[in-house]
Design a protein around this ligand. Structure first.
Ligand code: DAH
Length: 339
């Protein structure tokens, strides 16, 4: 009997199992009622009395060893099988925090949303543009300083191809494809050859608006811009239009809103004037309509253009323009709630 127990002990030590079924088969073979160990237990009563102690101890040892071994095998196949199902090797070891929309995207979406409610549809154009769409079709004289190297990025070896310096170029893209009525809003990135500082960057974002139809007047422009300012900055916001000059509009104006930081009382942001400039606008110059194939004796229109960074600064008081392009998540995380 001792020999049999020793044999089984050696066998148990060597047990292997590849899956749960094999473990169960081993349990039945060794530990079940009809298993090998129980068979030995049944034979125990035939063991001579003087050997009972020794055989009993060996038998117990065998039983414990078999239980431990089979439990260990079971745990091994369980984790293997469970692990195979759940294991995702593409998962990062670090917790991933949820991103937010970029503040400029949040504000751009808000601008587009306000104008879409007024019937404006989206239009886009390329960032790498030709001189015609950026300047000539917009009534810039050949020697206009904006074409100068100091302002414009030229594509090397192609003086007629530039990185667009304003989204007014999209006006020309729309007019060449479509006759009035035209009512579009054109968001996009623009580039200027500026030294990067807290208050200037070599790229920024604009939203352009264009409305052309019969009998469009300056009053329409003013009303739409007032509505925009109040939707964007609050119902008490006031606007004022100051005469200005742009090659593509006549008359032209710059629009200020009552400073939303001090409520118009005067603060350092509005340089104690109570007003801050937010956009340029005007009636589309008939020369621009004609250059783009629209009959200026039938149609009139207005246009406006604003900087998204400027509007964002006013809404969120971002002091340094560079923050917008540094991808510092501590800055970006601050806009989670505005998302
Ligand atoms: N394109 C002008 C700029 O980049 C902004 C602008 C002013 C756009 C007046 C317009 C406008 O459509 O009517 O500064």
């Amino acid at each position: 009997m001792i020999a049999k127990i020793q044999e089984l002990l050696a066998e148990v030590e060597q047990l292997q199992a590849a899956n749960a079924e094999e473990v169960e088969a081993l349990r039945i073979k060794y530990l079940s009622k009809k298993g090998a160990i129980n068979d030995l237990m049944a034979d125990f009563r035939n063991v001579p009395a003087e050997m009972k102690k020794e055989v009993g101890m060996k038998l117990n040892e065998l039983k414990t060893k078999a239980q431990e071994k089979i439990a260990a095998l079971k745990e091994m196949v369980d984790t293997q099988e469970g692990g195979n199902d759940d294991l995702d090797l593409t998962r990062t070891a670090y917790p991933i925090s949820l991103g937010t929309r970029h503040p400029l995207t949040i504000v751009k979406n808000e601008i587009v949303d306000i104008f879409s409610r007024l019937g404006f549809t989206l239009a886009e154009g390329p960032e790498i543009e030709d001189d015609w769409h950026v300047y000539s079709s917009m009534n810039f004289a050949d020697d206009h300083p904006a074409r100068d190297m100091q302002d414009t990025f030229f594509v090397e070896a192609r003086p007629d191809i530039v990185l667009r310096s304003h989204t007014s170029s999209v006006q020309a893209r729309v007019m060449e494809k479509q006759q009035p009525p035209i009512r579009v809003i054109c968001p996009g990135r623009v580039y200027r050859n500026e030294a990067i500082s807290a208050s200037a960057h070599c790229f920024f974002h604009q939203v352009e608006g264009l409305y052309i139809d019969k009998n469009v007047s300056f009053t329409d422009l003013k009303q739409v811009l007032l509505l925009f300012a109040q939707e964007m900055f609050g119902k008490d916001t006031q606007i004022r239009l100051r005469p200005s000059y742009f090659p593509f509009t006549e008359p032209s104006a710059e629009m200020d809103i009552s400073c939303n930081i001090c409520g118009g009382k005067g603060c350092s942001f509005c340089k104690h004037t109570g007003w801050v400039e937010i956009l340029g606008c005007g009636m589309v110059d008939p020369a621009v309509l004609e250059a783009n194939g629209i009959d200026s004796t039938i149609y009139t229109g207005y246009a406006f253009g604003m900087g998204v960074e400027r509007i964002t600064n006013l809404k969120y008081q971002v002091k340094d323009l560079r923050m917008f392009s540094e991808n510092d998540t501590r800055f970006l995380d601050e806009f989670t709630a505005a998302n």
